[in-house]
Write a protein that binds this ligand. Structure first.
Ligand code: SF4
Ligand code: SF4
Length: 64
């Protein structure tokens, strides 16, 4: 399981990139993307998904 970023809503603030414990979030092309092979939904690190918690835009980091 992994989270994804809704590119059309992302303001490219970069906040999520530094919160991700697995380094799954990278700027790629014109937006931030979550590598589904690296995203663990924060399992083993945090009880809540850090990207969704820090993102200032509601419903932008969501379950894929
Ligand atoms: S859910 Fe957690 S592991 Fe997955 S991209 Fe967001 S911060 Fe990273
Ligand atoms: S925190 Fe939200 S708005 Fe900021 S770069 Fe990440 S997905 Fe985009």
């Amino acid at each position: 399981m992994a989270f994804k970023i809704i590119a059309s809503q992302c303001t490219q603030c970069s906040a999520c990139e530094f919160e991700c414990p697995t380094g799954a979030i990278k700027f790629k092309g014109e937006t931030y993307v979550i590598d589904p092979n690296k995203c663990t939904e924060c399992e083993g690190y945090f009880e809540t998904q850090q990207c969704a918690a820090i993102c200032p835009v509601p419903k932008t980091c969501v379950p894929a």
